[in-house]
Design a protein around this ligand. Structure first.
Ligand code: PYC
Length: 314
């Protein structure tokens, strides 16, 4: 039997977290807005999402990025982010990876570029030294100091905030944020996410909180905080999480702990770092996140029609 169309990808990592940008081979999703295109992908092309990021070709930490036509004339591309279990609104580390990839391909030069996502327009500045600063969608503290009872942990209090995805932000005194403890950190954050769900704690409009972020003292002298981020599904973010850092800065600002323009240095569970700050545009809080991405590979993914796992193990 003849194989189906190959899909060409470029892999990178941003501060340790992988991004797989799809260059071609994936039919353009229908729709005139990025949200419509994301919904079309969910309905009609979900097997491609699974085939590109899930095992055996990928793994649970890989975030895929499909480049599409932009929604706005001034944007260089549209981008829909997805992972092993579904679709992301925005993805900070992923956007930094996309910008680095477009530069690697010679499609953009250092300077300013606009991109469209399903949750709104974003932009980026690519420095000549390769550092990327993204300007995220408006972020906000939705609910402060929410207490939920979690099996094994008892009462856990945290903030619900939007940074392009929904986050519950909290601290667990006595639990150390070390990579060696990632299995336990995953287990505890999943217990928290289940408890939020069971107690009807959601984002606005009842949206599911699919990311849980734990904070603790940094190990780097140049960082303000260290985090561990549970992503949708059962993966943890190796980077400090761009949308998570956006949500954190919005929560800090909402509680009077971070001024507009003040730098926030967020260390990840692997010791990498994002530098972020907030801009006030009208009454919208716009996060900026700076980090670095590195190209790690270029591949042609092949889908043999005889392969029972050509669209992933799950
Ligand atoms: O950097 O925003 C981010 C992100 C979300 C999920 C994984 N990374």
């Amino acid at each position: 039997m003849s194989p189906m169309e190959p899909i060409e990808v470029i892999d990178s990592h941003t501060e340790g977290e992988p991004t797989r940008v799809v260059l071609n081979g994936w039919p353009e999703p229908a729709g005139s807005t990025m949200a419509e295109r994301r919904d079309f992908m969910k309905r009609e092309q979900d097997h491609l999402r699974r085939g590109v990021v899930n095992e055996p070709r990928g793994h649970d930490a890989v975030v895929g990025a499909l480049l599409t036509a932009p929604e706005r004339v001034e944007a260089v591309a549209g981008v829909v982010f997805f992972n092993d279990v579904g679709y992301l609104g925005m993805c900070g580390h992923g956007l930094i990876g996309v910008v680095r990839t477009l530069h690697h391909l010679g499609r953009v030069q250092p300077g300013h570029l606009e991109l469209d996502t399903p949750v709104g327009p974003v932009s980026a500045e690519l420095s000549p030294d390769g550092a990327v600063t993204i300007r995220n969608v408006a972020s906000r503290l939705h609910r402060a100091n929410v207490t939920v009872t979690v099996p094994e942990l008892g009462e856990v209090t945290g903030d619900v905030a939007w940074g392009g995805n929904w986050f519950f932000l909290t601290e667990l005194p006595g639990v150390s944020l070390e990579l060696a403890h990632r299995g336990e950190l995953l287990r505890l954050t999943m217990l928290i996410r289940d408890a939020l769900d069971a107690n009807g704690v959601t984002g606005s409009d009842g949206e599911w909180i699919d990311h849980v972020e734990l904070f603790g003292a940094p190990t780097r002298s140049d960082a303000d905080s260290r985090n561990f981020v549970l992503c949708p599904g059962t993966a943890y973010d190796r980077s400090p999480c761009g949308t998570g850092t956006s949500a954190k800065m919005a929560a800090l600002h909402g509680k009077g702990h971070l001024a507009i323009g003040q730098r926030w240095h967020q260390e990840s569970i692997v010791g990498s770092m994002f530098t972020g700050w907030l801009e006030l545009a009208g009454d919208a809080l716009i996060p900026h996140i700076q980090g670095a991405a590195y190209i790690t590979g270029r591949a042609t993914l092949l889908f043999d029609r005889n392969d029972p796992f050509r669209f992933g193990l799950s």
